[in-house]
Design a protein around this ligand. Sequence first.
Ligand SMILES: C[S@@+](CC[C@H](N)C(=O)[O-])C[C@H]1O[C@@H](n2cnc3c(N)ncnc32)[C@H](O)[C@@H]1O
Length: 299
Amino acid sequence: MPGRLLRGLWQRWRRYKYRFVPWIALNLNRNPRTLRYVPEESKDKVISDEDVLGTLLKVFQALFINDFNKQSDILTMLPETVKSKYHDLLSVQHPRVKPLEYRHEQQNTFKPEEILYKTLGFSVARATSSLISAGKGVFVTRGLVPKGAVVSMYPGTVYQKYEPIFFQSVGNPFIFRCLDGVLIDGNDKGISKVVYRSCNGRDRLGPFKMSDSTWLTSEICNPLAVGQYVNNCSNDRAANVCYQEFDVPAVFPIELKQYLPNIAYSCDKQSPLRCVILVALRDIKQGEELFSNYYTIVS
Ligand SMILES: C[S@@+](CC[C@H](N)C(=O)[O-])C[C@H]1O[C@@H](n2cnc3c(N)ncnc32)[C@H](O)[C@@H]1O
């Protein structure tokens, strides 16, 4: 009898794909309604990888064009076809400025949040959570997030299952666990910050940055990279976003990698870079706080 019970518990634990380990240990019994069930791993995705890629490229391209006068080192290294694509995009967005003059002109750049709003029709930012003693949260500061939109990204260092994370994980509520056991450390302080910065420096290829580290500062270049601050839903605050994993394809433009807020802990070139994005589960209005579901059960 105890054997059957233990086996049952073990099977349930194996099916249980936890997201935030310390949080689950403390809160599972208190908040049973915050569990999210998905039928099988392959059905965990709410939107297609193509849609995720399309949105990221759209936002990153807009950020790149907005930063155009700071991108000259990168532009000189790009093939002519790619350069002319950006010049075309630039002339559509700034019709009165000739591309060659552009680098020398004082460009009127917009803030990244403004670019996000112009590109996707909404912006998001961190602020004190509407939940008592939940610290910071993430809010829709402008516009409307339509159902199915990529609303945020979960930044951080990506660890494969077998890589050492013990010291970074002690007392760290920002460790996110993917369905396949890959971990993402989204803490912007302490040892986690040092590790991310060091990996970011390691992977730089001349003028090409392979990831963005500005999410560790108050001047964020990629305005989507605030997903680690999204709080967990509760019995009276239903989840309005969910996590979705996304592996960056090999065809991802090298000049746009500077906006990816994730980096691999070890430089194993075999596996694609894992990112986690947050997708809106319904239309989310200006002023609303984002709530995700920290627990996912795959049955
Ligand atoms: C990934 S962090 C989220 C960001 C956090 N609010 C902050 O300001 O650092 C997870 C932590 O946020 C807090 N948190 C998340 N959801 C919560 C909720 N529904 N109620 C209270 N605290 C919450 C818990 O302290 C949890 O360990």
